[in-house]
Write a protein that binds this ligand. Structure first.
Ligand code: UDP
Length: 239
């Protein structure tokens, strides 16, 4: 159990792929199981903010490859993230968890606008805050937004849930089965060894501001719950 004095606040990044279970759209069974894990950890007193991706609907770069204007495609990508937010909100509320969705593109009927101090206040009250619509700006990624939001609202850790891989390896484990997983690694070694942890902009925000990143596998048993609780899981990247 947490001491009241040492509040823990984490930012969980869930990519869009997760919501679709590998397909386009939202897989309710998957979202339900994620919500259950989050609900359990929240009930133990950890403050949880979430940034949700949108790759299960649209990616601006892919739309551009198919002949669309990049910025317009990126806005479509951002709107996709909001649908994931609403699905997650629904399953969390079914579990009795209070939530607020805040979006970087205002859409008053479905979400609050992004107001950092208000987000912090929600977290203090035990509400889960789900951030949607990325940064509200084309040419950004939700990974970068996750790092930015984590810094702005004062999270202790950025938790990156990955599908298909359960941490940071010395080489791509899909190509080299003997590659070993790091339990912990420094930002400097990630750069020196050219390892991939998050997109470069997200990684450099974390490294420059010494925000620890936990990379873990979504498929691990109760991976999300363990990561939120701060149990050892995946790889921790820190100074
Ligand atoms: N996007 C954007 N600005 C942002 C965040 C997202 O333009 O601040 C767009 C971009 O087109 C991206 C899409 O939204 O491809 C979905 O986000 P992302 O690819 O980061 O989602 P994930 O890979 O985590 O599912």
């Amino acid at each position: 159990p947490q001491q009241a004095a040492e509040r823990r606040r984490v930012l969980l990044k869930l990519s869009g792929e997760v919501f679709g279970g590998g397909k386009v759209g939202v897989d309710p069974q998957v979202v339900k199981s994620i919500a259950e894990q989050i609900a359990g950890a929240v009930s133990e007193g950890v403050q949880v903010a979430i940034v949700v991706g949108g790759g299960n609907f649209f990616r601006g770069a892919e739309l551009q490859n198919n002949g669309m204007d990049r910025a317009r495609g990126d806005y479509m990508g951002m709107l996709g993230t909001v649908m994931n937010c609403l699905a997650l909100q629904d399953f969390l509320e079914q579990r009795g968890v209070d939530t607020r969705v805040q979006t970087a593109i205002t859409m008053g009927q479905v979400a609050e606008p992004y107001i950092p101090r208000r987000a912090a206040r929600h977290l203090e009250k035990g509400r889960v805050v789900i951030f949607g619509a990325g940064a509200g700006m084309p040419y950004f990624t939700t990974d970068t937004v996750a790092a930015q939001r984590a810094l702005e609202i004062g999270c202790d850790r950025l938790l990156m849930a990955k599908s298909g891989v359960d941490g940071v390896y010395e080489a791509d484990p899909r190509e080299d089965t003997s590659a070993r997983k790091y339990v912990s690694i420094t930002y400097r070694d990630v750069i020196r060894r050219r390892l991939e942890v998050a997109d470069p902009a997200a990684f450099s925000l974390c490294a420059d501001n010494k925000l620890p990143i936990v990379v873990f596998g979504l498929d691990e048993d109760h991976g999300i719950a363990r990561a939120i609780r701060g149990d050892p899981i995946g790889t921790i990247v820190a100074a």
